[in-house]
Design a protein around this ligand. Structure first.
Ligand code: HEM
Length: 411
């Protein structure tokens, strides 16, 4: 993860494989990204184990690629894992669709994210967050990465309609889907891990879909099943792809903002004290924690026509990867970009994306993380690490697999 400042110099862009998941676990991609921003802001990686692709690293270029859906399509898949093979969810799942279908799907899902729908879940979310935070309050040793994984499911479980009993299993399956090479989640090999994760998540929602009595019309599955976009119901496959997309989008990102935010508070007692004294600062603190941790490392697009980006022509059909983690440390946009500043303003981070595909769940993530940090601050405890940090081995999600810790009263 990119929590450390980097010195001058750094790796040679020519020798780099940006797809290598090991880079994100044991290396520090910020060191590399800083070099790329300075020396190769629009960069073609030659074909190797994957087909060749363009990368953009600076804030302005990342923003442009993510925002400009007319020039850059999501339908060929929006992650590096789809490179070369395409995405079977292309044109069916919200995040992998272009307008006009994207607009229709987004309207179908919008009621789930309305303030009224969210306030309906607020009490349940706070109870569930308090429950999973119990190890911090009791003074027992715990693994913060496990706690925050549960917190994420506590935040989105009620709106997605996933019962408590299934949340731990689904959380593990989503991690298998985005980090199939990580020993913490791998089952035999990469391919088997991916196939198992996809099969089990799809089967889970297919089974739910077949038991209509259990489906609330206000939850994700109910909304998708009852929707009649353009007069026709969505096919079962389309419903399941979108359940998968929502589960993945929420479950694999939110925990790492919670963990990184807590670690930042422990490292900056003065910022922590200011927040405890005035909780209205939590909103900007959360945005800084999103910028700082940037759990969504990259998103991908394909050029729809020949397009010029910062003086380089990207040909129609070529893939372009927008490195969000890099853009969020762009020193031309963020003052002292390697410093954590809970009160940073303005904070034009791209952690939730930009444009039509701007994170649909951003308000849910913000509200849930607010509950999480309010509870921790009110308990008056700080987290101290007691062992090695385990970083996720993934080029898609920056996060933690293990954070052995204890909570100690704030001194
Ligand atoms: C802090 C946590 C989160 C982060 C950092 C995050 C990040 C992102 C980013 C960067 C995108 C843009 C994808 C693209 O441009 O291709 C996105 C899209 C999306 N996110 Fe999130 N997300 C978070 C939480 C959530 C939650 C809690 C949910 C659901 C409850 C969610 C659901 C979605 C969906 C459905 C999309 C696709 C939107 C579209 O294509 O129109 N996310 N997210």
């Amino acid at each position: 993860m990119r929590l450390t400042p980097v010195g001058p110099g750094g790796p040679d862009p020519g020798s780099v494989d940006l797809t290598d998941s090991e880079l994100y676990r044991s290396g520090d991609p910020q060191g590399l990204w800083r070099v790329m921003r300075a020396r190769a802001p629009v960069w073609w990686q030659e074909p190797g184990e994957t087909p060749g692709f363009w990368s953009v690293f600076g804030h302005a270029d990342v923003q442009r690629v993510l925002r400009d859906h007319r020039d850059f399509s999501s339908e060929g898949g929006n992650m590096l894992s789809a490179l070369g093979s395409g995405d079977p969810a292309g044109g069916r799942m919200l995040a992998a669709s272009d307008p006009p279908h994207h607009t229709v799907l987004r309207e179908v899902l919008a009621p789930m994210f309305s303030p009224a729908a969210q306030s309906g879940h607020a009490a349940e979310v706070r109870d569930a967050v308090r429950r999973v935070l119990q190890p911090l309050f009791d003074g027992r040793p715990f693994d913060l990465a496990e706690v925050t994984a549960e917190v994420a499911m506590a935040i989105v479980g009620p709106m997605i309609g996933v019962p408590d009993a299934d949340r731990a299993r689904l959380s593990r399956l989503t991690n298998m889907a985005i980090a199939p090479e990580d020993e913490a989640f791998r089952v035999r090999d990469r391919r088997t891990t991916l196939m198992t994760a996809h099969f089990e998540i799809f089967q889970y929602f297919a089974d739910l879909l077949e038991s209509p009595a259990d489906i609330s019309p206000h939850h994700m599955l109910g909304l998708l099943r009852n929707a009649r976009p353009e007069g026709e119901p969505l096919s079962s496959d389309d419903i399941i792809y979108n359940c998968y997309g929502l589960l993945l989008g929420s479950g694999v990102t939110t925990p790492h903002v919670a963990s990184a935010g807590l670690l930042a508070l422990a490292e900056h007692p003065e910022q922590r004290a200011a927040l405890a004294a005035d909780e209205t600062g939590i909103a900007s603190f959360i945005d800084e924690a999103v910028r700082w941790s940037s759990p969504s490392v990259h998103f991908m697009r394909h050029a729809r026509r020949d397009v010029e980006v910062s003086g380089t022509v990207i040909r129609a059909g070529e893939p372009v990867v927008a490195w969000i983690g890099s853009a969020n440390r762009d020193e031309t946009v963020f003052a002292d970009s390697f410093a954590f500043d809970a009160a940073r303003s303005p904070n034009r981070h791209l952690g939730f994306g930009m444009g039509r595909h701007y994170c649909l769940g951003a308000s849910v993530a913000r509200a849930g993380l607010t509950v999480f940090f309010e509870e921790v601050l009110r308990a008056g405890v700080d987290v101290t690490l007691t062992g090695e940090i385990g970083h996720l081995r993934s080029n898609t999600i920056a996060g933690f697999t293990s954070l052995p810790a204890v909570a100690v009263p704030v001194g």
